[in-house]
Design a protein around this ligand. Structure first.
Ligand code: NAD
Ligand code: MN
Length: 499
């Protein structure tokens, strides 16, 4: 079995130096497939460390912001080459630390590379616009100016792709950053910091501090030198950060939870729909924000759908994600494991019918790993907790629907609105769904998962607030738009000003 890259003690990266927390304290992360295996020792940072990182970023921001954006782009291209060189190591770090199957980790690293490539090119494309002025001999145009210091706070479930999809746009737009990864996924974050260091970013532009959000999070949001906060994580924490940021009129971008539904209409191609839903529900062990946690199936096809769903779910293999033959890996942590186990119990108590799975896998062959079987419920009351709350594990709830309106009604019945999909061959139904479903991303004849880096990513309702990430919108969050008026007429002239 492969060993972690090192079980060494890792440090924070502040002002161009790898340093210890002023607390003198560290904490350990473990492999969720084998919790006796320590992945590494990391700094348990305290508010003073966060403040030091913010000070370093604030000192670096003006110079970095004045560097021509194409030059910043060249540095991002260097980072892209480095990540390409270290891709396998980074993918293994994800799987060892957070558990997901190695193929998913490799895909995640590729995704991060796509983002770097896209953002680096944006250095030559940070467009404003020019427009005719009302006045003669006057130029009017807009341009983008960096914000200054941005705090980047990320979850453990995409410990490479999510940080990079925030960091790369923040940097190309000329901001200095303080990056606080999830306390459960600091190894991938440490490798990311090493890569940007090697790329040659000026001192203080990129700062990393590890540790629990509860102790350093407020400093990263409240410090007056922080101009904006980009957060991805739970709705609970994101709501608090959004409110705190609002108090100080800071820009906040919060990408939050989901309860994504895939709709299967009577005319759906089940050869597509069933594997798409199995992949959506159980891929990455259900720990994707875009995971399919609900299937909504039209009446006539319900029976056949369920038969095929159970047959294909049965075929999934469970085990250590580092072994490429495993489809389902452990949950990322003991607390995830406990939460998912609890929800499975709650589902049964609330009257839903457990039709597949539902057990945790224990015993010596599982080495204490956090394994839960892929689990399927039917007959789920619409207002029950497992129908409404984000479980974040391999648990699928299946509903029966009477036509597209009913399917969309069930889909929209939750507080979340991240992603959704419909399987149908009927263009009328597909458009009825696209136009009425309350999610930020919609898929037709494809899983609820994923997205492309040059298209916006994000949700409605309790799934997110603030500007979209990725796509051209992704750069708007990290800049202020400045409007310039230049009077180049000769001599003085009369002009009226209303505003
Ligand atoms: P979480 O909210 O527990 O933690 C996210 C980050 O916030 C971590 O870095 C954590 O340390 C930090 N944090 C905790 N308390 C804080 C505080 N008081 N102030 C500032 N920061 C604090 O989320 P998680 O468990 O790491 O991730 C899972 C969640 O992320 C799920 O809800 C999932 O849906 C969501 N998610 C959303 C998207 C999306 O794009 N919409 C993508 C991936 C994950
Ligand atoms: Mn959490």
């Amino acid at each position: 079995m492969s060993q972690p890259e090192s079980a060494a003690t890792h440090r924070n990266f502040i002002g161009g130096k790898w340093i210890e927390s002023v607390s003198g304290e560290t904490y350990r992360t473990v492999n969720p497939a084998r919790p006796s295996q320590v992945v590494g020792e990391f700094q348990a940072s305290v508010p003073q460390d966060a403040e030091n990182a913010i000070i370093a970023a604030a000192a670096a921001a003006p110079g970095w912001g004045r560097m021509p954006a194409p030059q910043r782009g060249s540095l991002l291209y260097k980072a892209l080459n480095i990540i390409e060189r270290r891709a396998d190591e980074l993918a293994r770090a994800i799987t060892i630390e957070e558990g997901k199957p190695i193929a998913d980790s490799t895909g995640e690293v590729k995704r991060a590379m796509n983002i770097l490539e896209y953002a680096a090119g944006e250095g030559r494309r940070l467009f404003g616009y020019t427009t005719p002025s009302e006045l003669p001999d006057t130029a009017a145009y807009t341009f983008k100016r960096p914000l200054g210091v941005v705090s980047i706070i990320t979850p453990w479930n995409f410990p490479v792709a999510i940080p990079v999809w925030k960091i790369a746009p923040a940097l190309i737009c000329g901001n200095a950053i303080v990056f606080k990864p999830a306390s459960g996924a600091p190894l991938a974050a440490t490798i990311i910091a090493e890569m940007f260091e090697e790329a040659g970013l000026p001192t203080g532009v990129f700062n990393l501090i590890t540790g629990p959000g509860g102790s350093i999070g407020n400093t990263l949001v409240d410090d007056p030198r922080v101009n904006a906060i980009s957060f991805t994580g739970s709705t609970e924490i994101g709501t608090r950060i959004y409110a705190r940021g609002a108090e100080a009129l800071k820009k906040v971008q919060a990408e939050l939870g989901g309860k994504n539904a895939a709709i299967v209409m009577n005319d759906a191609d089940l050869d597509k729909a069933v594997p798409g839903i199995v992949q959506g529900a159980f891929g990455s062990t259900g720990q994707r924000c875009t995971a399919t946690s609900r299937a909504i199936v039209e009446k006539d096809v319900f029976g056949e759908f369920m038969d095929r769903l159970i047959e294909q779910t049965k075929a999934l293999t469970i085990g250590d994600g580092i072994d490429p033959s495993n489809d389902i890996a452990p949950l990322s942590s003991k607390s995830q494991f406990d939460t998912v186990r609890e929800y499975i119990g709650v589902g049964t108590e609330e009257g839903a019918k457990l039709v597949f799975g539902g057990h945790v896998l224990e015993g010596p062959e599982w080495e204490g790993g956090y394994y839960v079987e892929p689990t399927i419920f039917t007959d789920v009351p619409l207002n029950s907790r497992i129908a409404q709350e984000e479980i974040f594990g391999p648990v699928l709830t299946v509903f029966e629907a009477d036509g597209v309106e009913d399917a969309v009604r069930i889909s929209n019945s939750v507080q979340f609105g991240l992603s959704s999909s419909i399987y149908t061959r009927d263009l009328v139904l597909a458009h009825e769904y696209i136009n009425t479903v309350e999610t930020g991303m919609v898929h037709v004849n494809a899983p609820t998962l994923g997205g492309e880096v040059h298209l916006p990513f994000g949700g409605l309702k309790a799934s997110g607030v603030g500007q979209r990430e990725q796509g051209t919108e992704g750069f708007d969050f990290y800049t202020e738009t400045i409007t310039a008026y230049i009077d180049y007429s000769a001599g003085n002239r009369e002009r009226s000003r209303f505003i």
